[in-house]
Design a protein around this ligand. Structure first.
Ligand code: FMN
Length: 416
């Protein structure tokens, strides 16, 4: 019996992805002075050899003054280690090419979702702070000027050009999870009255210009994708109807792949929970969190669709592909604890992923502390150091280690 997940997929630009299993972006937070070092090659080699057809990198920033995490990789013209940035990216792409897996840098700008110890003066479409209790950890952003908006658009285009020149096989815009592109799309974060704000058509302009800038730089035969929210799931945020408008418009412009997720830092729906609190019973029972939303979107687009969040069994992946609800199955946490899982699935082994919800046992801590992110980043770092992940590792050693490191970084910033 031929499995649906083992079929190849041809993208509108002509590029073929060898199977239907795609790793969604997971920030590695292990860049050395904003460029990728050998930890990246080891980690992605494990994923490439593990059978994935495509892997998005963790988010790569377009401006070293605006980071999501302290050890992000950055692609920018005036990178302080420009030659090392280029050499690191080239080596990363070439090592992975040998595995047959496609690898696309995920390009991002955090906007206001940058902790205050990293960016004292964040920027955003409008000066709207994150909601309590997050406003304690993230400073209120200042509104971007027209000139700065145009500069950021150019930076996204530049990052796409460099990605192609360095040997990556596509790029993805991070338009989800409450970062800058997502902030422009949301009417609660974007309260501008110029050509970048107001109606959904105007709020869409920022990501439209980013896409066009990238396309101009990479040509028509190079894949460009985007990760978008099916909705923000918060009051006044990007709605599902708006998501349909945006995905339809990008599809008409010629985008090659749309990945659907959901949520922001204020509402962590993308991880299948609500800032530590469990989500609705119906969502928890359903294996893929956003599949119902993705079904609506699929009706309006002509490009391939990837859906990410919650896939844990081969049966469910096969069912959704069989029903033609999506083209690529997006997986993240399962491959952070077991990079070999895709090959087992492709081999028709019905092994359920061991991913389980993580909790510190304290509601307040779960609300403010990104436990899932930190615990899985630890697993990625192990792979980067040529070690196997430790799925049974407890949460407390990781919480203490991370609190210590954040404390030291804040202290360093305070002391200059
Ligand atoms: C450690 C970690 C880092 C992540 N970093 C990113 C990121 O850089 N960009 C992104 O779009 N999503 C990021 N995510 C979210 C995942 O891509 C994915 O949407 C989410 O984990 C749900 O998929 P899953 O249930 O298969 O894990 C991250 C998730 C984890 C666990």
């Amino acid at each position: 019996m031929t499995l649906k997940i083992s079929e190849s997929l041809k993208l509108p630009c002509g590029v073929v992805i060898k199977n239907r299993l795609a790793k969604s972006a997971m920030s590695e937070n292990m860049g050395t002075s904003f460029y990728p070092g050998e930890e990246f090659y080891h980690c992605y080699k494990k994923w490439g050899e593990g059978g994935l057809g495509l892997a998005m990198t963790g988010n790569i920033m377009v401006d070293s003054r605006h980071l999501g995490e302290p050890h992000n990789v950055v692609i920018e013209k005036n990178h302080k280690n420009y030659d090392k940035m280029i050499a690191g990216l080239k080596k990363w792409a070439s090592v992975i090419q040998e595995t047959g897996m496609d690898i696309w840098p995920q390009i991002n700008h955090p906007g206001k979702q940058t902790p205050k110890f990293l960016t004292p003066e964040p920027v955003a479409p409008s000066a709207v702070a994150l909601k309590p209790p997050l406003d304690k950890m993230f400073n209120t952003p200042r509104e971007l000027s027209e000139e700065e908006i145009l500069d950021i658009i150019e930076r996204f285009g530049y990052a796409a050009k460099i990605s192609k020149e360095c040997g990556f096989t596509g790029v993805q815009i991070h338009g989800a999870h409450g970062y800058l592109v997502s902030q422009f799309l949301s009417s609660s974060s974007n309260q501008r009255s110029d050509r970048w704000g107001g109606s959904i058509e105007a709020r869409f302009n920022f990501v439209k210009e980013i896409y066009l800038s990238m396309r101009k730089n990479v040509g028509d035969d190079f894949p460009i994708g985007i990760k978008l929210n099916s909705a923000d799931f918060s009051k006044g945020g990007f709605t599902h109807e708006e998501a349909i408008f945006v995905t339809k418009s990008l599809s008409e412009l010629g985008i090659d792949l749309i990945e659907i997720s959901g949520g922001t830092y204020e509402k962590t729906t993308m991880m299948g929970n609500d800032n530590g609190k469990p989500v609705k019973e119906s969502t928890r029972k359903r294996e893929a969190y956003f599949i119902e939303y993705a079904k609506d979107i699929r009706e309006h687009i002509k490009c391939p669709l990837m859906v990410t969040g919650g896939f844990r069994t081969l049966d469910f992946m096969e069912e959704t592909l069989e029903r033609d609800e999506l083209d690529l199955v997006g997986i993240a946490r399962p491959v952070a604890i077991d990079p070999r899982w895709p090959n087992q699935l492709l081999d028709n082994q019905r092994i359920e992923s061991k991913v389980k919800p993580l909790t510190s046992g304290f509601k307040i801590l779960d609300t403010i502390f990104p436990l899932e992110i930190i615990w899985y980043t630890y697993q990625i770092h192990r792979m980067g150091h040529r070690k196997d992940p430790q799925p049974k590792k407890g949460v407390y050693p990781i919480i203490f280690q991370s609190a210590w490191s954040i404390g030291m970084q804040s202290l360093r910033r305070v002391r200059g």
